[in-house]
Design a protein around this ligand. Structure first.
Ligand code: NAP
Ligand code: ZN
Length: 337
């Protein structure tokens, strides 16, 4: 069971958790869906999948959380729970996964995301929110944090002794820098200009900074990285990134540009390099990620916006004008129509 946008008709079933939405991050995926970049959007569409709130009601069989607890919901809120992926805790790869917004739910309704006053979902998909993390800065971790933490672990590209490149210093990229540092890696930010250089090195904790459009810079860093996490939302060349990898290096893409990217095979073959992808994280790993964030005090750098400023925030996100994640102050600014 999902959602609610000023509508209280969805019951809280025995294993459901109902919560009041306090904050919701604005992910570039919301923008891709709003613009129908991937050709899969349906309207009306209520975005939002970086949701933090306070539990207001629990079903009779719920054991995970209680009324008053702070909780989160990320990119999906249901799956089949019986397939191979689900049984391994990889609900994010379940063929029947139900996205938190804009997806058909199995009762024939449609999910509406966290740009809403309240949510209802099965307790399995609820993430317990660490007590020490701020709710607003922590909200983006539910998607951005999970999406960068999972591939770092799965592909083994951020660990003590490894050198990782983070391409695209946006919402995902800037939390990727923080997690990669927490996991013990050397981190180089790869960005389109020098505008974020000072913040990357002196505030986010990156060890080095490369401008992807500067051929000399890229040449000097050729063959130095074990892995690259590509967090770019738009079409961009992959060959210069492959050139940064050592032999056997891994280029892992989490960004999902609307246009296909060109992937020449020769640089892969010659250096035994690998190109992979990754999609958010399963529920257990999302909980692990946010607990790691709690331990290392990792949050997103955010700009808090009101519901009224949403359209302006979307326009600014489309232009890359945000340092580094917009978060909506839902509880204080969403007014009844
Ligand atoms: P974002 O905040 O808009 O950041 C995207 C960054 O990409 C920008 O900050 C910019 O970095 C870089 N960029 C933008 N246009 C570029 C271009 N033409 N060439 C090179 N670099 C460019 O977006 P986000 O919320 O982090 O999301 C990034 C992508 O990940 C989106 O496609 C989103 O849908 C996807 N996503 C995937 C997952 C997953 O699990 N796979 C989860 C969430 C989001 P610089 O300013 O440093 O150049
Ligand atoms: Zn997202």
């Amino acid at each position: 069971m999902s959602k609610v946008f000023f509508c209280y008709s969805w019951a809280t079933l025995e294993d459901d958790v109902r919560f009041k939405v306090l904050y919701c991050g604005i992910c570039h995926t919301d923008l891709h869906f709003i613009k129908n970049d991937w050709g899969i959007s349906t309207y009306p569409f209520v975005p939002g999948h970086e949701i933090v709130g306070e539990v207001t009601e629990v079903g009779s069989k719920v054991t995970k959380v209680k009324v008053g607890d702070k909780v989160g919901v990320g990119y999906f809120l249901e799956s089949c729970r019986s397939c191979e992926n689900c049984s391994e805790g990889l609900e994010n790869y379940c063929p029947k996964v139900v996205l938190t917004s804009g997806a058909p739910y199995h009762d024939g309704t449609k999910t509406y995301g966290g740009y809403s006053n309240e949510m209802v979902c099965n307790e399995h998909f609820i993430i317990r929110f660490p007590e020490n993390l701020p709710l607003d800065g922590g909200a983006p971790l539910l998607c951005a944090g999970a999406s960068v933490y999972s591939p770092m672990k799965y592909y083994g590209i951020a660990k003590p002794g490894s050198h990782i490149g983070i391409n695209g210093l946006g919402g995902l990229g800037h939390v990727a820098v923080k997690f990669a540092k927490a996991l013990g890696a050397k981190v180089t930010v790869i960005s389109t200009s020098d505008r974020k250089k000072d913040e990357a090195l002196n505030h986010l904790g990156a060890d080095a900074f490369l401008i992807s459009r500067n051929v000399e810079d890229m040449k000097a860093a050729a063959g130095t990285m074990d892995g690259i996490l590509d967090c770019v939302s738009a079409k961009h060349p992959l060959v210069p990134l492959l050139g940064l990898l050592k032999s056997h290096g891994k280029l892992v893409t989490v960004g999902v540009p609307a246009q296909p990217l060109e992937l020449p095979i020769a640089p892969l073959v010659v250096g035994r390099k690998l190109v992979g992808g990754s999609n958010v994280a399963g529920i257990a790993e999302t909980q692990e990620m946010i607990d790691v964030a709690g331990k290392h005090n990792i949050t997103a750098d955010i700009e808090l916006v009101s519901m009224e400023d949403l359209n302006t925030a979307m326009e600014r996100l489309a232009k890359g004008d945000v340092r580094y994640r917009f978060v909506i102050d839902v509880a204080n600014t969403l007014k009844a129509p």
